[in-house]
Design a protein around this ligand. Structure first.
Ligand code: UT7
Length: 329
């Protein structure tokens, strides 16, 4: 029998209705539409404002959409992995809650927390259960409700992040389509540049941690920017080289939507023209685990079966990586 590869066979996505524009942010912090647009490419983000709704509620929309597109029931899912750093609860896993809400009675499920690389890490992990022959249907979700951990008095972070995400279905493929190669990296020594200072076992919540605003995202933007540009370009060019891909061969670069300048640098290093680099950062901002599946959701109509796609990301941890896949739908 020919080798089994893990192919994406359906895509779903979800962003909340409420928009937070650059003009709205001008009223909250000392910033401007011009600064945000020129430094990041972001014009607006979506915010989940409905009381009592969390990350799992957004994911439910996306998973139900992909099940409907593929014409299968939730009870056919073998495994569901949710990449998130804004779980509904510290425990149990948001993936468990999603499965309960959609009625995936036969699935086992767990979360992966790798910040902006979460979706790529989950895609890599889930693909192994398909390639090994153990499972036939694996759902990978990437969702974050970043507004839950953003300080809207901190202009260094509040201009960047938004809520939303997407989900993909992985199934076995016998024609050589699907995930071909991957490079995943992490370096925990970068943790102090992008993190949430309190709330974990190192610094459990106290009145003091709340007063010090330590439950919000802290980022040293310049440092993260420097590591992101170098490392995202490095893994993306590496994956091209070891798969003998020229810039002409690569049909699409789907890059984590953190900053338009980081994406443009990666594309330039790969030799790709802007037409091959779809972006939706202007509409959603940085949705952390959500950016890559949101790109699939927004642009899948432009992809053709057999297209060569390179995914690339960089985020907190530090974590980063690249995956090369052949589009199968
Ligand atoms: O997704 C996970 C990984 N995260 C990333 O990849 C994000 C990486 N970092 C970035 O995208 C960028 O560093 C930021 C968008 C966060 C910041 O852009 P920057 O070009 O690195 O700006 P900066 O921090 O170097 O600040 C430049 C200037 C400073 O003023 P001075 O010192 O030059 O007078 C800042 O105080 O811009 C000022 N500034 C702002 N001005 C208006 C910083 N934030 C703002 C703001 N509005 N929101």
């Amino acid at each position: 029998m020919s080798k089994i590869t893990a192919a994406i066979t359906a895509v779903g996505g979800y962003v909340p209705d409420d928009k937070l524009t650059n003009l709205d942010l001008e009223k909250l912090v000392d910033t401007s539409d011009e600064w945000i647009t020129s430094r990041t490419g972001i014009k607006e983000r979506r915010i989940l404002k409905v009381p009592g709704k969390a990350t799992s509620d957004m994911a439910v929309f996306a998973v139900n959409e992909l099940l409907q597109k593929r014409g299968i029931g939730a009870d056919e899912i073998d495994l569901l992995i949710c990449a998130t750093i804004t779980p509904d609860l510290i425990f149990p896993a948001t993936a468990n809650i999603i499965c309960d809400k959609i009625g995936a009675k036969n699935a086992w499920s767990y979360d992966i927390a790798a910040a902006c690389s979460g979706f790529l890490y989950a895609l890599e992990t889930g693909s192994k259960f398909i390639e090994s022959g153990k499972h036939k249907k694996v759902v990978i979700c990437g969702f974050d409700k970043m507004s839950a951990i953003i300080d809207y008095t901190d202009r260094n972070t509040c201009i960047i992040f938004g809520d939303g995400g997407g989900a993909v279905l992985l199934e076995p493929n016998y024609e050589g389509l699907g995930i071909i190669d991957s490079i995943l990296k992490s370096d925990g020594s970068g943790r102090e540049f992008l993190y949430q200072k309190a709330g974990g076992s190192l610094k459990p919540p106290t009145h003091e941690t709340i007063d010090a605003r330590e439950h919000y995202v802290y980022q040293e933007g310049k440092t993260v920017f420097k590591f992101a540009t170098t490392n995202m370009a490095d893994v993306s060019t590496q994956i091209m080289k070891r798969n003998n891909l020229t810039a002409e061969d690569v049909d699409w670069l789907l890059a984590h939507q953190a900053n338009m300048r980081i994406i443009n640098y990666t594309a330039e290093m790969m030799g790709l023209p802007t037409e091959k680099v779809p972006m939706n950062i202007q509409r959603y901002g940085n949705t952390t685990s959500g950016t890559l599946p949101l790109l699939f959701w927004d642009f899948e109509k432009q992809f053709k079966k057999g297209d060569d796609i390179v995914l690339a990301t960089f985020g907190g941890g530090f974590t980063w990586g690249s995956i090369y896949l052949k589009w199968a739908i």
